[in-house]
Ligand binder design. Structure first.
Ligand code: MG
Ligand code: MG
Length: 255
């Protein structure tokens, strides 16, 4: 059903499909995370994700979208988002953001995690923890009758209190029949955005940096890095606004 602001509201039947796809995606990310150990290449992680998605009779969402070549976006350390899987091996001390999407029965699910390879610095650990916490603060701030910006305000408040920075110009988004639908879900208190109403499905995805909010794209035309090359972390879930609150479609064990 078309809502206001070009937002497509999902029916109960559509939400049931998205819930199923969301839990498939959770499984894929868990398997990829388990394989993200020292010496593994990101291309290997990508193959695992591709074959798991195929085995589930779903489709990878990113491959071919806007010309992206892979199933996963894999972003190391100072890379914020959209890193392309390849021959680079994971090394102890790295943090790696792994973003994956799939299409199940015509509907998209979108989720991302950041994993640590072996022992990482205390600062990297704190960035990961704060980013993860900010995702859940944003999710719980999403209530029917509120505003989309309630999500971003909760994320930004938590991140700024820790001395970190949401990445400029990269946002979450509506998700459903398309990977990227209206509205944009900013990781900041402004702009205010439309009202949250039941049936809205959103990808909430704080992309948080240690040193700066500024990010630049590398010459590969995809990989986004922090301008000061400080570390960046990323967590994402697909959520649905319900009559009474919020449901996390890509997580079987919500906080
Ligand atoms: Mg994503
Ligand atoms: Mg997304």
């Amino acid at each position: 059903m078309a809502g206001s602001h070009g937002i497509y509201l999902k029916s109960a039947a559509e939400l049931a499909i998205m819930r199923k796809g969301g839990l498939m995606l959770e499984q894929v990310l868990q398997e990829v995370a388990a394989a993200a150990v020292e010496g593994t290449t990101t291309a290997e992680l990508d193959r695992i994700a591709f074959s798991r998605i195929k085995a589930m009779k779903a489709k990878p969402a990113f491959k071919g979208l806007y010309g992206f070549p892979a199933t996963l976006c894999t972003s190391f350390n100072e890379e914020v988002v959209h890193g392309i899987p390849g021959k680079r091996k994971l090394q102890v001390g790295d943090i790696l953001s792994i973003d994956c999407g799939l299409i199940y029965n015509g509907f998209y699910a979108d989720s991302a995690i950041t994993v640590a390879v072996g022992e990482i610095s205390a600062e990297a650990r704190r960035l990961m923890d704060v980013t993860f916490e900010s995702l859940w603060k944003g999710i719980h701030a999403a209530q029917p009758g509120g505003r989309v910006s309630d999500i971003g305000a909760a994320i930004e408040e938590h991140v700024r209190a820790a001395g970190f920075h949401p990445t400029d110009n990269y946002t979450g988004h509506g998700v459903g029949r398309q990977l990227h639908e209206e509205p944009k879900v900013f990781n900041s208190a402004l702009p205010r955005g439309p009202r949250l109403v039941p049936g809205m499905t959103l990808a909430v995805e704080p992309m948080i940096n240690i040193g700066t909010s500024a990010a630049v794209e590398l010459s590969d035309g995809w990989t986004v890095v922090t301008k000061d090359r400080s570390l960046s972390a990323h967590f994402e879930h697909t959520i649905a606004i319900t009559q009474t609150g919020v449901e996390v479609l890509t997580c079987s064990n919500p906080r």
